[in-house]
Design a protein around this ligand. Structure first.
Ligand SMILES: [Zn+2]
Length: 466
């Protein structure tokens, strides 16, 4: 007597699956079974066809199935509606203070909601199913509402700070108010029950936060089993400021405050020195490496960045795409390709960041950094049904011989055919199922033009636009 097949909602059969499980199995003639928001089984098609009866069965012959990518640093407000405004000869300070600050203050609540949806759409369409926000500029609630509608997984939070850099138009919050803001949003968007969207204490970082605020954010994260994220040391200005003010480099100063732990994510970290890397490794901390901003902003990631050393010493290295004016895109597959290549060339060492390692950074390491390693990052029974069907019937994919090598070096987000988050097919045949893409593009163009006008900024072009 054989047991009757178990009913499931979805079975994808006859496909190629990159599981990212502990053995890193790549399953040919593979199948994936899903019920509700959960993966039930991953294995050979013949076995799963025998063991499960599905409400819907998908022929997966044209697909390569992978876990969804995890983008660990992305500005979903403040920049998506002014994408491309800032030209690529703009330095860090000029970018932040002459362009971004006026633009940030010109976004309305509706603009921030729309921006969040645009960023999420670009991520989903290129195979990212989960992200960590860099910090909502001003209006978290409508952003969460928009992200909930589109169906992506995220950890979000309004960014907090209590030091105003001089000559800025941003209002500086008092420390108590900044801490209250963080505590309030964690209460409103808790993560306890596996919620798809939840709030984290997120700091702007750099030189904008007092020691008291760093400590409070870390303590909130510890108490609620969340993480704390902040920008640090994309350029030399951060270490210079910490040395002048505290006599210590940033990571040393923050470690002494107790603000560096396994739930801390520093974004950039280009100008961390060896001692800082050791402190991060000791703490089991995380880095969100944003190669695209380093390239456009001339940060020196390949010249002075110690990313291969971080990787070798066990710092949890993850990948972010940052903002739409210092990076311009949120396709994490393109950023993963950069991680695989930049340091091979910079160090003249092809052994650095093999495709498999780069793919781990984009999936498993991101999941770990977000405290979600038991739920996402790999395709295994019991994990959330967050996965991507790459279309291998495309010129960049055929012939197909070595799937991980080709995922990182041949493919990018253009070939993402379908995406599931929590078992819901949010991208189907290259189209988003949860929102009207055409309407969103029209609204984004109109809102972007209004924001640029309100901020009083020119739309520059080095060539005549006739
Ligand atoms: Zn950023």
């Amino acid at each position: 007597m054989t047991a009757p097949p178990t009913p499931v909602d979805l079975l994808i059969v006859d496909t190629l699956i990159v599981t990212m499980d502990k053995e890193r199995r790549i399953v040919t003639d593979g199948a994936l079974a899903v019920t509700g928001d959960t993966i039930v089984a991953v294995g050979k098609s013949a076995d799963l066809r025998r063991d499960y009866s599905a409400r819907q069965t998908i022929d997966g012959r044209r697909f390569v199935i992978t876990p969804g990518s995890v983008n660990t640093h992305v500005h979903v407000t403040g920049e998506p509606l002014t994408k491309g405004l800032v030209l690529d000869d703009t330095g860090f300070e000029e970018n932040v203070f002459q362009w971004l600050v006026p633009v940030h203050m010109a976004y309305s609540e509706a603009d921030e909601r729309l921006a969040g949806q645009m960023a999420a759409l670009e991520m989903l369409r290129s195979g990212t199913t989960c992200f960590l926000e860099a910090g909502t500029i001003r209006f978290l609630d409508p952003v969460v509402d928009g992200l909930t509608e589109i169906g992506i997984r995220a950890r979000v939070g309004q960014w907090a700070w209590d030091f105003a850099p001089e000559d800025q138009t941003y209002p500086a919050a008092a420390t108590d108010a900044a801490i209250a803001l963080l505590a309030d949003e964690i209460g409103r968007y808790p993560a306890d029950d596996g919620q798809r969207i939840a709030a984290w204490p997120i700091l702007i970082g750099h030189m904008t936060c007092s020691g008291a605020l760093w400590q409070a954010a870390k303590q909130l994260a510890d108490r609620h089993r969340l993480g704390v994220a902040a920008h640090m040391s994309p350029v030399q200005a951060d270490p210079d400021w910490y040395m002048a003010r505290h006599g210590k480099r940033p990571v040393a100063y923050l470690a002494e405050l107790g603000a560096v732990g396994s739930n801390t994510i520093f974004t950039h970290g280009v100008h961390f020195d060896d001692a800082e890397v050791d402190l991060l490794a000791e703490a089991g901390a995380n880095i969100a490496h944003c190669a695209t901003s380093a390239l456009k902003g001339a940060y020196g990631a390949t010249a002075v960045g110690r990313f291969p050393e971080m990787q070798a010493k066990g710092v949890n290295l993850t990948i972010g795409t940052d903002g739409n004016n210092n990076s311009n895109y949120h396709d994490l597959m393109r950023a993963t390709y950069l991680l695989a290549g930049l340091f091979k060339d910079a160090r003249r060492d092809p052994s650095l960041f093999p495709a498999e390692t780069a793919l781990e950074c984009a999936t498993l390491n991101g999941a770990k950094a977000l405290g979600l390693a038991d739920r996402i990052g790999s395709l295994e029974p019991g994990k959330k049904a967050d996965f991507v069907a790459h279309d291998s019937w495309r010129p960049e994919w055929r012939p197909l011989f070595n799937v991980v090598n080709q995922l990182v070096w041949s493919a990018d987000g253009r070939g993402v055919h379908s995406v599931w988050v929590d078992g819901v097919r949010v991208i189907d045949n290259y189209r988003c199922t949860t929102i009207d893409e055409e309407r969103l593009y029209a609204e984004a163009q109109a809102a972007g033009e209004r924001i640029v006008a309100r901020a009083g900024l020119p739309v520059k072009s080095r060539w005549p636009v006739v």
